[in-house]
Ligand binder design. Structure first.
Ligand code: FE
Length: 147
């Protein structure tokens, strides 16, 4: 069965496992969060590939504990998108990383903040039954898993 949302189409291939095709020009993290909300997914993994023409990646400098964000306005292939899904404050919490290749075949990557599709984006998302939360760890300043 094929289902249509305004940001994606998907098909369940076995219980808890979905193939998604995101619509062109959609922002990827927003679409994944919308899907997780729709399906009430509390934990899981996501991976995929595709093409984007606008993306902002994040680097955490462990010395200063400051985030450094960089936006790339160019056509790139997503050579890998990998992430996990947990819950924080009753909402899906996504932790997404990305590697993308440029027209000269070099790659850039980092923690994925936003990425706008220009072409296609195909994902596999596996949802688990367990609810996995996050809590702020004072030592690292990161939202760590809370089991
Ligand atoms: Fe990260």
């Amino acid at each position: 069965m094929r289902k249509k949302h305004d940001m994606y189409q998907y098909k369940a291939v076995k219980p808890g496992v979905y193939i998604l095709s995101l619509d062109n020009h959609v922002e990827i993290s927003e679409a994944i969060a919308a899907f997780c909300s729709e399906k009430k997914i509390k934990s899981g993994t996501v991976s995929g590939l595709g093409a984007v023409n606008e993306a902002t990646f994040r680097y955490l400098d462990p010395q200063t504990m400051k985030y450094v964000d960089k936006t790339f306005l160019e056509q790139m292939e997503i050579t890998n998108l990998t992430g996990n899904i947990s819950s924080k404050d009753g909402k899906p919490y996504l932790h997404l990383h990305i590697t993308a290749s440029r027209s000269d075949y070099s790659c850039v990557g980092g923690h994925l903040l936003t990425a706008r599709i220009n072409g296609a984006c195909e994902l596999v998302l596996e949802a688990y039954e367990a609810e996995i939360g996050r809590r702020l760890d004072p030592e690292t300043g990161l939202n760590m898993y809370e089991f």
